[in-house]
Design a protein around this ligand. Structure first.
Ligand code: HEM
Length: 147
């Protein structure tokens, strides 16, 4: 597990973040279309929506916004803590993380088209992977504490 990203990767993520933000809702919608093909994943969100009273579209927006700050992770520790707790409440497991990546990255390409080059998608994939590693590690501790 790597705990840093190459400066080039961070630069690409930051340079493309405004385009992703601009099309955030479309990317989010497309991501969920892809993600919810799996009924088990869909069930996690149905349960969360019942509690929060809304379809949790803010998740994808959060991933995009969070990735923009991937070069200042120490400032995100409060956010990591909140996410990890919410994930524990809703039963998110390590094996779900690749599914979200596999839905998010093609969704970015679907919406941005040719602007989402392989280089751009690979940079976003790396940023996502780093955040996923951090969340998975914290969630493991929380699941152990709860057991
Ligand atoms: C790097 C990856 C991820 C990031 C940055 C992220 C971020 C977030 C954030 C910010 C929230 C809202 C927390 C709050 O209520 O304050 C959230 C909630 C949630 N996440 Fe994640 N998440 C990630 C991966 C995943 C994965 C892999 C799954 C499972 C498929 C997942 C499922 C959920 C669910 C079910 C909720 C609850 C939504 C609700 O409260 O309505 N997340 N996540």
């Amino acid at each position: 597990m790597s705990d840093t990203l190459k400066p080039e990767t961070i630069a690409i993520v930051k340079a493309t973040a405004p385009a992703l933000r601009k099309h955030g809702l479309e990317i989010t919608t497309r991501m969920y279309e892809r993600l919810f093909v799996d009924p088990d994943v869909r069930a996690l969100f149905d349960q969360a929506a019942q509690e929060s009273g809304e379809q949790p579209k803010r998740l994808a927006q959060a991933i995009l916004g969070f990735a923009e700050n991937v070069d200042k992770l120490e400032a995100l520790s409060g956010a990591v803590e909140r996410m990890a707790h919410r994930h524990i409440q809703t039963g998110v497991k390590p094996e779900h993380y690749p599914m979200v990546a596999a839905a998010l990255l093609p969704a970015i390409r679907d919406i941005l088209g040719d602007a989402a080059t392989d280089e751009v998608l690979s940079a976003w994939g790396e940023a996502y992977g780093l955040l996923a590693d951090i969340l998975i590690a914290r969630e493991k501790e929380l699941y152990q504490l709860a057991a």
